[in-house]
Ligand binder design. Structure first.
Ligand code: HEC
Length: 187
């Protein structure tokens, strides 16, 4: 106890000394975030392809990456696992050969539910693989995006996906959504 009190006083003294000089009114932790720090986190992608990074990939390049890093959870070629086939809780099925007209809440897949293609890139880059997000290069993400789109027959299997081509992919259900607040929703 006798030793603790002087140590505490010393700490308070140091805090007062630094606090007075560096950032008054703050606990003086961390450092101010600069533009370079922000860039690492500012990774969203516009639905029209805005902010897509440089890079490119094809379905053929994406297939082996998918087999190695994604199929364990999403099944071979993204077609689901035994769990999803039994209707049990499971990672979503990414590729489906079912009809793509209208929306049935029980059977939403990328092909019938995602109105724009660029956010697919954004989602994979930010969140997948689930157990290791942010571990893929932009080239790998373009290749995986191409693979999923090609498996869903939304693009030609040979098409190269990059910032320009991905923005041009027309998703089948783009105009199938009812806009709840049209006056504040850009079309
Ligand atoms: C450890 C299991 C796991 C792995 C590995 C994994 N995913 Fe996922 N993935 C999930 C889960 C769980 C979800 C649903 C997450 C949610 O809804 O919050 C998901 C969702 C997705 C979605 C959104 C699907 C939709 O219809 O909304 C995409 C696209 C996707 N994953 C792609 C990939 C790709 C590409 C890879 C490989 C790089 C990958 N995933 C690896 C578990 C996994």
């Amino acid at each position: 106890m006798r030793k603790t009190v002087p140590a505490l006083l010393w700490l308070l003294g140091m805090q007062a000394a630094f606090g007075a000089t560096a950032n008054p009114g703050t606990p003086n932790l961390g450092k101010p975030a600069g533009p370079a720090d922000m860039r690492r986190w500012d990774i969203d992608i516009g639905r029209d392809g805005r902010w897509l990074p440089p890079g490119e990939g094809t379905a053929a390049q994406g297939a082996p990456i998918f087999a190695g890093k994604c199929a364990a959870c999403h099944g071979d070629g993204g077609r689901g696992t035994d769990l999803s086939r039994k209707g049990l809780p499971a990672p979503p099925v990414l590729v489906s050969d079912m009809k793509r007209k209208g929306i049935d809440g029980s059977t939403t897949t990328i092909a019938n539910f995602w109105p724009y293609a660029p956010p697919l890139f954004g989602y994979i880059r930010a969140a997948m693989p689930w157990n290791e997000p942010r571990s893929l290069t932009d080239h790998e993400v373009y290749a995986l995006t191409a693979f999923i789109l090609a498996e869903n027959k939304l693009i030609d299997a040979k098409q190269v996906m990059n910032a320009q081509t991905l923005a041009k992919v027309m998703m089948p259900n783009r105009n199938g959504f009812l806009v709840r607040f049209p006056e504040i929703t850009p079309r």
